[in-house]
Design a protein around this ligand. Structure first.
Ligand code: HEM
Length: 207
């Protein structure tokens, strides 16, 4: 291809990308930032509660697990709001100098994080709905708001419920491990951009 022909095919695409970048917002909205940090803090608290619940004195174990469930359902609601926000708003563009691989990797990690943040509370809810003593321990968010178990799971016979209860706990734990790995990657990526690339990465989600 001659130099001119190559330029004709490349320039408009580059110009189009540039125009698209310029039409993107410069920052996240306040709501997007609040949802991001609220979900992050609640997840850290819930992982800590999930991992330590059995270590508390006998009378604290049940309240700790109940609080874990309440926080988990709250995370589910907030994460759904965050997904709705993302479907209706474009995020600010990543700095132009990040390579294509880096952008794609970041997008893939963000997508997987959304998936896990939704899948973790859902798997916990399925696990809890198959709890054989569910009727004796009704689920009330923060001890106040009644929250249903999943009806068709509760209607199963005892043996099927016990099987499901164990299977979905393993799934819940496996998803938690995947979350630890992705969370570490997410934080490492943010810190690399902030400290190594000297891009104001943390400010994008802070102010
Ligand atoms: C943000 C959402 C959630 C996160 C990050 C999370 C994380 C965890 C973790 C890390 C554990 C400990 C696993 C282990 O022993 O290795 C756990 C246990 C557990 N989770 Fe979740 N969970 C979430 C939501 C839920 C929800 C919504 C429910 C139920 C409605 C639930 C029910 C449980 C139960 C019953 C246990 C076992 C607690 C015990 O017996 O010690 N989780 N969760």
């Amino acid at each position: 291809m001659s130099g001119t022909a190559a330029q004709i095919s490349v320039v408009p695409r580059r110009a189009l990308r540039q125009t698209r970048r310029m039409s993107l917002p410069l920052r996240y909205t306040r709501l997007a930032m609040v949802l991001h940090w609220l979900v992050a803090v609640l997840i850290v608290a819930n992982v800590a509660l999930g991992l330590t619940a059995e270590l508390y004195p006998e009378t604290w174990v049940r309240p700790a697990i109940d609080l874990h469930k309440s926080i988990g359902i709250t995370v589910l609601g907030l994460a759904l709001m965050r997904v709705l926000w993302r479907l209706t708003h474009a995020p600010p563009p990543m700095p132009a100098r990040y390579g294509r691989l880096e952008r794609r990797g970041a997008h893939a990690a963000h997508l997987a994080l959304y998936g896990l943040i939704l899948a973790l509370p859902l798997s916990g809810w399925v696990h809890d709905s198959a709890f054989a003593q569910a009727a004796q321990h009704p689920l009330r968010l923060y001890g106040l708001v009644p929250w249903p178990r999943i009806g068709f799971i509760q209607a199963m016979d005892l043996e099927a419920k016990q099987r499901l209860h164990a299977q979905w706990f393993s799934i819940h734990v496996a998803l938690a491990y995947a979350l630890y790995a992705l969370f570490a990657l997410h934080v490492a990526g943010a810190l690399k951009h902030q400290l190594w690339d000297r891009e104001p990465e943390l400010r994008r989600m802070w102010s």
